[in-house]
Design a protein around this ligand. Structure first.
Ligand code: 13P
Length: 251
């Protein structure tokens, strides 16, 4: 059985004081981790505050990006080794904003996935098509292409632990959610791709999130779909009450 995982991606929002306040407001109201994993991925400058505030609670913690080398002359980058030493559980990689604004390639994303696993953390691998690609009805081949390139060389054991986030770019921050059927269709395709690349067991284990204007009002319907195991949430994860409504969607 796959444990559902609802994650906030704070993007470039919040400072350390706001992070501490947020965690203090939610930490005693989170579901048990074996029922639903609650996760916040925060900007690098907030991670120390995040880990201190979340200590001893059910809140899982993660970063929004990292580099693929542990150390060296790489000015301005974030070390996966240090993220792991700090107690981070997850690192988001390949978000469409990083692919678009920071020109991240599948090759770099693949290296990051390997570095994150090597440091005993779990990557949340993002994929998703643009509006133009969807209008041309090429979304499946686009997303399958991203997945194949991004998991290249990962073992079945690693992919069993991987989290994949399907985030259609046209649904991010636009208020325009993919319908639950559209989201399910792609998440199913992603699971079939993992089955083709690995095997049935790996495909059954990999957790797949949907992201793009997820909010308390639509989370239940999305989570009811058989191949959707969680949500990766931007805007609606920034306010404690809204985050709590998302992670407690089963209540
Ligand atoms: P929104 O929930 O704000 O649409 O953002 C989605 C997203 O990009 C999460 O990674």
């Amino acid at each position: 059985m796959r444990t559902p995982i609802i994650a906030g991606n704070w993007k470039l929002h919040m400072n350390p004081e706001q992070t501490t306040e947020f965690v203090n407001a939610v930490k005693d109201k989170l579901p048990d981790s074996d029922k639903v994993e609650s996760l916040i991925c925060a900007p690098a400058v907030d991670l120390d505050a995040l880990r201190k505030a979340a200590a001893g609670s059910n809140l899982h913690i993660g970063a929004e990006n990292c580099y693929f080398e542990d150390e060296g002359a790489f000015t301005g980058e974030t070390s996966p080794k240090v993220l792991s030493e700090m107690g981070m559980n997850y690192v988001i990689i390949g978000h469409s904003e990083r692919r678009e604004y920071f020109h991240e390639t599948d090759e770099e994303i693949n290296k990051k996935a390997k570095a994150i696993f090597a440091n005993n953390m779990t990557p949340i691998l993002c994929c998703g098509e643009s509006l133009e690609t969807r209008e041309a009805n090429k979304q499946e081949e686009w997303v399958v292409g991203q997945i194949k390139a991004d998991v290249e060389g990962l073992t079945a054991e690693q992919v069993s632990k991987l989290v994949i986030a399907y985030e259609p770019i046209w649904a991010i921050g636009t208020g325009k959610t993919a319908s639950s059927d559209q989201a399910e269709e792609m998440c199913k395709t992603i699971r079939e791709t993992i089955k083709d690349l690995y095997n049935e067991e790996t495909a059954e284990n990999v957790r797949i999130q949907y992201g793009g204007s997820v909010k308390p009002a639509n989370v239940k319907e999305l989570m009811a779909k058989p191949d959707i195991d969680g949500g990766l949430v931007g805007g609606a994860s920034l306010v404690p009450d809204s985050f709590l409504a998302l992670v407690n969607y089963q209540d």
